[in-house]
Design a protein around this ligand. Structure first.
Ligand SMILES: NC(=O)c1ccc[n+]([C@@H]2O[C@H](COP(=O)([O-])OP(=O)(O)OC[C@H]3O[C@@H](n4cnc5c(N)ncnc54)[C@H](O)[C@@H]3O)[C@@H](O)[C@H]2O)c1
Length: 324
């Protein structure tokens, strides 16, 4: 069986490629290396276990060719990260919407099943705890660029589910919640790798807002395990949350990172306005229900946050250190 992973040189994609290769599958990757790195895949590419293709999901010809050679597509390529979305909203929307449309069109022509990556951001400002897959999605004004990421992913979800309903293309939608681990890029505003880099460099750990907002973090090994289990279960036409359920405030996270890394970094608070511009909206809590994932696959993410931080720190120490 041959998998095509779009965005496979990225954080989640490279871990998934590794997992699929270990299971004996053939893997092709399509990635434009905008946020991903060839280095993430190098040992697999060198060993000819992964076939790397540089290019964009917006290039119809390339997508058609690679989808035609695959038995299953995992579509992860996207523009993401709050900072990147705020800095390049047009490009981000186009990548996420047009790119996904092109991938799904090619998959439909070739009758190739697709799993597409969505995000917990789609729950938006909803204050429900925990979030279940069929809950209402509550977004802010379209004048606020930060919502364009969630909106683009909602459209991707609608498109994938419509391809299943209307054209019987087997599709699965997964909503990742704050996935973390080695190789995650801190340059685009991801909180955990940023805190770990700051702690390692002994510079201040910067919290946006009052730090009372909380999140649940999921080890990337658990996330890719969930993905492979959903593919095995052929859970088509469905949406699944994939996330950890251990909730922690961002302030407590900063302190835990400092303690695990053994750092003397100060903890500083930056108002949202200063970090992201005026009128920035954030969610207080974001907790996934993983009952549906568990019900279909018998699996729920379980790796503890302490271990996630230690591995991220070990990885960053070994690659020391880019931009803080
Ligand atoms: N990491 C998380 O916590 C998280 C949370 C929610 C959703 N997601 C989703 O999971 C997927 C993977 O995210 P990630 O964390 O691995 O991020 P990532 O930035 O490491 O991976 C995305 C990959 O897509 C590639 N890419 C971007 N635009 C492309 C294009 N036009 N053509 C081809 N390749 C392109 C990038 O180079 C990168 O390798 C994304 O769809 C993202 O929206 C991730």
């Amino acid at each position: 069986m041959r998998f095509l992973i779009t965005g496979g040189a990225g954080f989640i994609g490279s871990h998934l490629a590794q997992r699929l290769v270990r299971r004996g599958y053939r893997v092709s990757v399509l990635d434009n290396l905008s946020t991903g790195r060839l280095g993430n895949l190098e040992p697999l590419v060198d060993a000819r276990l992964v076939d790397f293709n540089w290019g964009s999901i917006q290039d119809r010809y390339t997508v058609e060719k690679l989808v035609g050679e695959a038995d299953f597509v995992v579509h992860l390529a996207a523009s993401l990260g709050v900072k990147l979305i705020l800095e390049h909203p047009v490009e981000s929307i186009e990548t996420n919407v047009t790119g996904t449309q092109i991938v799904l069109e090619a998959a439909a022509r070739n009758r190739t099943p697709v799993l597409i990556a969505s995000t917990s951001e789609v729950y938006g400002k909803s204050n429900k705890v925990p979030f279940c897959e069929d809950d209402d999605l509550v977004l802010g004004s379209t004048r606020k660029s930060r919502w364009s990421y969630a909106a683009s992913k909602i459209l991707d979800e609608c498109l994938a589910l419509s391809y299943w309903e209307e054209k019987q293309l087997p599709t699965i939608v997964v909503r990742f919640f704050n996935t973390v681990g080695p190789r995650q890029n801190a340059r685009y505003g991801m909180v955990l790798p940023t805190f770990v880099q700051q702690a390692l460099a002994e510079v201040p750990i910067t919290i946006h807002g009052d730090g009372k907002q909380s999140r649940c973090f999921c080890d990337v090994r658990d996330a890719v395990e969930a993905v492979t289990k959903l593919i095995d279960a052929r859970a088509f036409g469905e949406i699944f949350n994939i996330g950890g359920t251990q909730e922690i405030s961002i302030e407590d996270l900063a302190m835990l990172v400092r303690q695990r890394v053994g750092s003397r970094s100060q903890i500083l608070y930056t108002p949202y306005d200063q970090a992201y511009g005026r009128g920035y909206e954030d969610m207080q809590r974001r907790v996934p229900s993983v009952e549906k994932l568990d019900g279909v696959t018998g699996f729920r993410p379980k790796i503890a946050l302490q271990e996630i931080i230690d591995r991220t720190a070990a990885h960053l120490r070994s690659t020391m250190i880019e931009v803080v």
